[in-house]
Design a protein around this ligand. Structure first.
Ligand code: 5GP
Length: 176
């Protein structure tokens, strides 16, 4: 197995700052709950949030599970829900990557039915549109990428590589 640097730490930092500016504009003077979908988004989430220039930012976390290795089972489970509801507030869902779209679809359905935000938008670091199985479009996208299995900057392969400061492409993984 080998690793190629695909998106450098410097490129990520610059893009995340730009995204935070766009998101700050959307938030305006309103209260917003920013929700990280764990675990993959933790590093992106921390960097994005620290560049938001809004006053009324709250954070919370959910956890979902959909993959074993690089195999997508098609099943998405919510392992951990929000601590508080966000009824009537703006909600920003922060994802590491939108691949088939199944996870995001499940998460958005869940928030709309269980938490009733006033407005909901999605920020994803990475978007892999060529692999969509359900139509899903994030509002703020860091990088649109090719169909490759990526790791680093929060994303894992069997729980390894999350600590890398860059996004790398892992070659020679099993067939998806
Ligand atoms: P989806 O439900 O859109 O197919 O995938 C959602 C989840 O699958 C992501 O949040 C991420 O955890 C995982 N995933 C999808 N593509 C990749 C990838 O290229 N690399 C890694 N490490 N995880 C991925």
């Amino acid at each position: 197995m080998s690793m190629d640097v695909y998106i450098s730490a410097e490129e990520i930092e610059a893009r995340v700052k730009d995204m935070a500016q766009e998101i700050t504009q959307w938030i305006g003077d309103d209260e917003v709950l920013c929700v990280a979908n764990l675990k993959g988004s933790f590093m992106f989430f921390a960097d994005l949030i620290r560049h938001l220039r809004s006053q009324k930012v709250k954070v919370d976390f959910i956890a979902t599970e959909s993959y074993v290795g690089t195999q997508n089972s098609g099943q998405v489970r919510i392992l951990k829900d929000l601590q508080h509801t966000c009824r009537g507030e703006k909600l920003l869902v922060v994802e590491d990557i939108v691949d088939t779209g199944l996870t995001l679809s499940k998460v958005l359905d869940h928030f709309l039915t269980m938490h009733c935000p006033s407005e909901m938008k999605v920020a994803t670091l990475l978007d892999k549109p060529s692999r969509r199985r359900v139509e899903m479009k994030a509002d703020f996208v860091g990088f649109t990428i090719e169909d490759a299995f990526v790791v680093g900057y929060g994303l894992d392969y069997n729980e390894y590589y999350r600590n890398l400061p860059y996004i790398g492409i892992l070659r020679n993984t099993e067939e998806r």
